[in-house]
Design a protein around this ligand. Structure first.
Ligand code: UDP
Length: 371
């Protein structure tokens, strides 16, 4: 058995390792000159771990995913916190009791917090759309405030559409938190690979059954040489865009180094309402690197244009899902190729979801191989 894995991102690296362990030989190709896809990172001259395609924070509740990756790395026990600039103040996001007290007059803050506690469970998240439906006018006020100050303009910048024109799964990612936990994620397992993502990936592919070929463009004629192909590139590209292009958002990063210990108070500051960038990431926070210098990235959303920039985010809405379905149906007829990853499945996967999907696929294929 010999399998071809197209794309050396987190999905195919996970799959490759799992297949290799199941005695299947794999060749992983990528058109780029490095593994890791958009999770690629490197240590700069200040020993700061730079995430080349923007900040990546690993978080999961899936013990299997965590155990799998932990074979290849130790983790820095980083707990992610985000602040947003709202009405001139830096407040915790997701919006929580601390944010409310920072921005609202005392009496009003107390009323809103009491209302939240009376309607919703403590230490749980409430989607903003749910808050909007509340009968309590204080909660509807809170919903409108958060919608306007946190979501609307950030989402317009990020996606170039209004929030209601996106799948609720996207905007549901930033709810209101009923409590004082300032963390962005409450997942059981969180961290940053102690020696970086790329080092973790290098260890994953260090296996006699895995061959990695970089700077290698996929060509359909390659399929003849292999028993099966796993394609984590863009599914529309695989089918030569026969139904039209699947839309994506892209990003541009301006990386800046400052000769001072810190630039901002925490790793990510969101700018929902001002400026053309959505957020500034400061990289030394992730591994708590000590340096006289600091590196930040300003993140500018852009429309994805084929041949000009990279695909970062599938734009999930009804229209695009229908277009994806056409490719998905077409893919079903192609028994020799399985699609996976953000671009192969056209899904807004977090890293852990991409790993989970690859682990499931590996189980299926290793079983087939031994039967
Ligand atoms: N979002 C927002 N305001 C914020 C943060 C996020 O409106 O301050 C919305 C926005 O639509 C964004 C989505 O929530 O694209 C997901 O944000 P998250 O930071 O989870 O996404 P990432 O870009 O890190 O995958």
């Amino acid at each position: 058995m010999k399998y071809l894995l197209v794309g050396a991102g987190i999905a195919n690296l996970t799959l490759g390792k799992s297949l290799a362990e199941g005695a299947i030989s794999v060749v992983i190709i990528d058109r780029k000159d490095h593994i890791g896809g958009n999770c690629f990172d490197y240590f700069d001259e200040n020993s700061i771990d730079i995430h080349a395609h923007g900040t990546h924070i690993f978080h999961t509740d899936d013990a299997e995913v965590w155990r799998f990756l932990s074979q290849f790395t130790h983790w820095y026990p980083y707990q992610h916190k985000v602040k947003a600039l709202v009405d001139g103040q830096l407040v915790p996001v997701p919006f929580n009791f601390n944010s409310i007290e920072q921005l609202f007059p005392k009496e009003m803050a107390e009323r809103v917090i009491t209302a939240l506690l009376s309607e919703f469970q403590f230490n749980k998240k409430v989607p903003i759309l749910k808050l909007r439906e509340s009968k309590n006018p204080d909660l509807r006020f809170l919903a409108e405030y958060v919608y306007e100050k946190i979501f609307l303009h950030y989402t317009e910048k990020q996606w170039d559409v209004r929030p209601e024109d996106l799948d609720p799964l996207v905007t549901g990612r930033v709810p209101v938190f009923v409590g004082r936990d300032n963390r962005y994620f409450q997942a059981k397992y969180q961290g940053i690979p102690l020696e970086g993502y790329t080092r973790m990936f290098e260890k994953m592919v260090d296996h006699p059954n895995i061959e990695v070929r970089l700077n290698t463009e996929f060509d359909k004629s390659m399929l003849d040489e292999y028993d099966h192909c796993f394609f984590s590139g863009a599914i529309d590209e695989f089918f030569d865009y026969k139904f039209g292009q699947l839309p994506y958002r892209s990003l541009r990063f301006d990386f800046l180094t400052f000769n001072r210990p810190y630039f901002q108070s925490n790793s990510i500051v969101n700018y929902p309402n001002n400026y053309d960038f959505t957020r500034i990431g400061e990289y030394k926070y992730f591994l708590d690197t000590q340096s006289q210098n600091t590196v930040v990235s300003y993140e500018y959303p852009e429309v994805f244009v084929l041949g000009k920039n990279e695909r970062y985010y599938p734009i999930i809405n009804e229209k695009n899902k229908r277009l994806y379905e056409k490719y998905f149906e077409e893919a079903k007829n192609n028994k020799k190729v399985t699609f996976l990853g953000r671009l192969g499945d056209y899904k807004y996967y977090d890293m852990d979801q991409a790993v989970a999907r690859a682990l499931e696929l590996a189980k299926t294929f290793c079983k087939t191989n031994t039967n």
